[in-house]
Design a protein around this ligand. Structure first.
Ligand code: GCB
Length: 670
């Protein structure tokens, strides 16, 4: 099935995509003000934007037309639908599964996919067939098969699948939720790692690739009253051309890792919205609402009751309506006061509510400003893994909360959600708990920079991340990549991605975790110089002096050359220590070694001009298939300041002390 035959990709989809692109100048302009750009810079931005928009439209059209080429059968792009606060019918819980390493349920013995046949054989697992007579040859039966919990990775639910990378078929049966005349139903997946082929009652709905972003299908008219069969072929095999690629330093958890739900909405419904503080000076709040199924002229009511804001908007022929108001009395969102306001949108028969914070984030020279005031990011990097109690990929809000509580334990005000978009609970909790967020896509290490399909995949993941989380005040940084080797092809790929990110959301800072090198004439001078930096708002880089790069004494000798008039952020440093493993500061893998490395590194970082924060690697120990040292690593990366079960290592206390002091200084300076 090509992308064009996806049920939700209709003419309306074309229109709304172009709407997103053409809408942006207004935002660009406003943010130019917030970012302290000069008028000529604003004009330049606008010109670049318009060119970008034209190019973006052309690219999008080309992409639509070219879906039969390398991205055959694959839907990478799904226009966002805001679902978090909507009533839904959960399809979480027990699903039947068949582990299918040879993909016997997908290909016939000539290796032809069953789903390309006009009438797929009953041997295709997605037909969810039952034996019809005693002599009927059928070599699978979901009803008699094992089960797994959804959401959840398969690796930590059964020993048999701990190292498994391949296909597992999932099947859920359910009755249709009651709907009123004209209502529409959507099937929503929070995330499936990595590729999902989705079938409803034996018919293919589509394919989605990318393991960390949501996708959905409209299934209006496709449900039976009783006993619907939803089958998902989940495949987490790694590929050289994929995003991420073959090589990473985290566990490749497979499965339906986030929630699955059904959402019923009226014929015309509130599909999406964006709200943001567009001028700090006079507290202007602007945004847009997007109706799906609209003809134009529909009335939309927008309220923020606590701020006495009530607006009536009119949708244009694409279903879009813009708004702008001044919220003089609004309290600005910050880590110290994570104030969220209730937002209510009504349109015809549809109602939608959410909670939103209002804040600005900007840079001025080497300063980072939150709500116009300098802020130091007391951060930590976090994987979406809760491996305490044997678990793996975070599967509920309670586990997400545990990780963020641990970060708060050393007075963090910032989390770098590495190395892929985390679940929506995580970002929502950060909003509530006052933790600023860096959110990133898995463009990691050695992506295939010259493959157009790889680029499109990365761009689709970036788009889905931004579309899902664009209304979270907590999110201040979109990050494009991690430790990618400089080359012309990589620079082109990431610059293109940066342009895309800005066209989707110019209200946040752009970053990437870059790398350092040394001056050829002086090995004690570390240099950060990367053509990508020109396109970013922060100069962020990872550095492991004292761990992968020399012994800890080296840290004391290093000075830094970072010739950009931008804030400097150190997105990683650290070293492994097994909790409870003690020794002297020169003995690797001990808590003392790690503690000493933290003491020295933090002192060094304080000497960097424009240093605005750091996110040490990492909050907790996490599973990695690259870490084999018995008795120490046992397939865990041990760089956590906590163990994976939450034991504090000595480095925890160094970091806490450092952050307590920074918090005090920040309070005094502001
Ligand atoms: C890095 C990577 C991170 C690794 C870490 C390490 O630079 O960004 O994904 O886990 O180093 O521990 O080696």
């Amino acid at each position: 099935m090509s992308m064009l035959s996806q049920p939700h990709i209709s003419n309306a989809h074309f229109k709304t995509r172009i709407f997103l692109l053409t809408l942006t100048p207004a935002y660009t302009d406003k943010h130019a003000h917030i970012n302290h750009k000069t008028i000529s810079q604003q004009r330049k931005t606008m010109k670049v934007f318009l060119l970008g928009a034209l190019w973006g439209c052309a690219l999008f059209t080309q992409f639509i037309c070219a879906t039969e080429a390398p991205l055959q059968n694959t839907s990478l792009q799904a226009l966002s639908i805001q679902t978090y606060s909507r009533d839904s019918v959960s399809l979480n819980g027990e699903w039947k599964i068949i582990v299918d390493p040879y993909e016997n349920g997908y290909y016939n013995y000539r290796y032809e996919p069953f789903d390309q046949q006009a009438t797929p054989s009953q041997n295709a697992y997605f037909t969810d067939s039952k034996q019809k007579s005693p002599g009927d040859l059928l070599e699978y039966d979901f009803d008699k098969s094992a089960s797994l919990q959804v959401p959840g990775d398969w690796n930590t639910q059964t020993d048999k699948l701990y190292y498994y990378e391949g296909t597992v078929w999932y099947r859920k049966t359910f009755d249709a939720p009651p709907t009123k005349n004209g209502e529409r139903t959507f099937l929503y997946f929070g995330a499936v790692n990595y590729r999902a082929d989705v079938y409803l009652n034996g018919k293919k709905l589509g394919v989605h690739v990318g393991g960390f972003t949501p996708f959905h299908y409209e299934i209006t008219g496709k449900l039976k009253d009783k006993n619907n069969s939803l089958v998902v072929k989940v495949d987490n095999k790694r590929h050289a051309d994929a995003v991420p690629t073959l090589n990473t330093d985290w566990w490749n958890y497979g499965g339906i890792t986030r929630e699955v739900k059904l959402i019923t909405v009226p014929q015309t419904f509130i599909r999406d919205y964006k709200i943001e503080l567009t001028s700090l000076a006079d507290k202007t709040v602007s945004g847009r609402v997007l109706l799906d199924g609209a003809k134009g002229g529909e009335k939309i009511s927008l309220k923020l009751p606590e701020l006495n804001i009530q607006q009536t908007l009119t949708a244009n022929s694409s279903g879009a309506a813009h708004f702008s108001f001044i919220a003089t009395n609004a309290q600005l969102w910050s880590p110290e006061n994570p104030k969220l306001y209730s937002l209510q949108i009504n349109a015809g028969k549809d109602k939608f509510t959410d909670t939103v914070g209002l804040r600005s984030i900007s840079t001025q020279g080497k300063q980072l400003l939150l709500n116009g005031k300098p802020i130091f990011l007391r951060g930590v990097s976090v994987h979406e893994e809760y491996s305490a109690k044997g678990g793996g990929r975070v599967k509920n809000a309670a586990e997400a909360k545990q990780l963020l509580d641990w970060a708060k334990g050393f007075n963090a005000n910032f989390v770098r959600l590495a190395h892929y978009p985390h679940n929506e609970d995580m970002v929502r909790l950060a909003d509530q708990m006052g933790l600023l967020v860096w959110s990133e896509i898995p463009v990691y290490w050695t992506i295939n920079w010259s493959n157009e399909a790889t680029y499109q995949n990365a761009e689709a993941q970036l788009t889905a991340m931004i579309e899902r989380d664009k209304n979270r005040a907590a999110v201040i940084i979109w990050s494009l990549a991690n430790e990618t080797p400089v080359s012309d092809a990589r620079n082109k790929f990431l610059t293109r991605l940066a342009t895309k990110a800005r066209s989707l959301d110019n209200s946040r800072l752009l970053s990437a975790a870059m790398e350092k090198h040394y001056r050829t004439d002086n090995a004690n001078v570390a240099v950060v110089q990367d053509p990508l930096a020109e396109h970013l708002d922060l100069v962020s880089f990872n550095q492991y002096i004292g761990w992968y790069d020399g012994a800890p004494e080296k840290i004391d000798r290093i000075t830094w050359e970072i010739n950009y008039n931008k804030p400097v952020f150190i997105s990683e440093f650290g070293g492994d220590a097994r909790a409870g493993n003690h020794g002297d500061i020169d003995t690797i893998f001990t808590e003392e070694f790690q503690e000493n490395l933290y003491i020295k590194t933090l002192k060094m970082l304080d000497g960097i001009d424009g240093f605005v924060g750091t996110s040490p690697w990492i909050l907790t120990d996490f599973r990695s298939p690259r870490r084999h040292l018995p008795g120490i690593q046992d397939e865990f990366n041990r760089k956590g300041v906590y163990s994976n079960t939450g034991e504090k290592k000595k480095a925890f206390f160094v970091l806490k002390n450092y952050y307590d002091n920074k918090a005090e200084q920040n309070a005094t300076n502001n």
